[in-house]
Design a protein around this ligand. Structure first.
Ligand code: CMP
Length: 135
């Protein structure tokens, strides 16, 4: 079964709403293979988001993503896991996300969009290796 990476962002953990997102993921019949709460240091955050390093929002993104604890999850499901997570998570901007997606329900702004999800198998592999280096 293919796996991918999903991450619950700091503002959700700060608000204590992470349980609702985990419950929603399980109700959508994903298997959670690994899960951990952690806080990025600056170097890890820069490596994790290095594809955005030349974007105008990169500095804000760095500040935000190290601002508190996040929860990293390795998710498994039969089928095209990248397409399936996109359906589960919704558009990057919560204002464009369809009802019934995580970002529609929990996202509050383009930056505080509740979750990150890998956008390709290669990013999933890279992100999982950063977050779960021990295994
Ligand atoms: P994420 O899927 O984690 O990938 C990069 C993140 O940068 C994105 O979600 C948003 O939280 C944040 N971001 C902030 N501004 C923008 C923007 N203009 N376009 C895309 N992502 C942005």
């Amino acid at each position: 079964m293919a796996s991918t990476y999903l991450m619950i962002k700091p503002e959700v953990v700060e608000a204590g709403l992470q349980g609702q997102i985990i419950d929603f993921i399980l109700k959508n019949r994903w298997t959670i293979r690994r899960m951990k709460m952690f806080r990025f240091n600056d170097a890890q955050a820069a490596e994790f988001y290095d594809i955005h390093k030349d974007k105008p929002f990169f500095a804000d993104l760095m500040k935000y993503i190290v601002s508190g604890n996040v929860i990293g999850l390795e998710l498994e499901k039969d089928g095209d896991v990248i397409a399936l997570t996109r359906e589960l998570v919704g558009a990057t901007n919560p204002a464009d996300a369809r009802p019934g997606t995580i970002r529609y329900m929990f996202g509050t702004s383009l930056q505080a969009n509740a979750v990150h999800a890998s956008d390709a198998p290669e990013s999933a592999e890279k992100e999982l290796a950063i977050v779960f280096p021990e295994d």
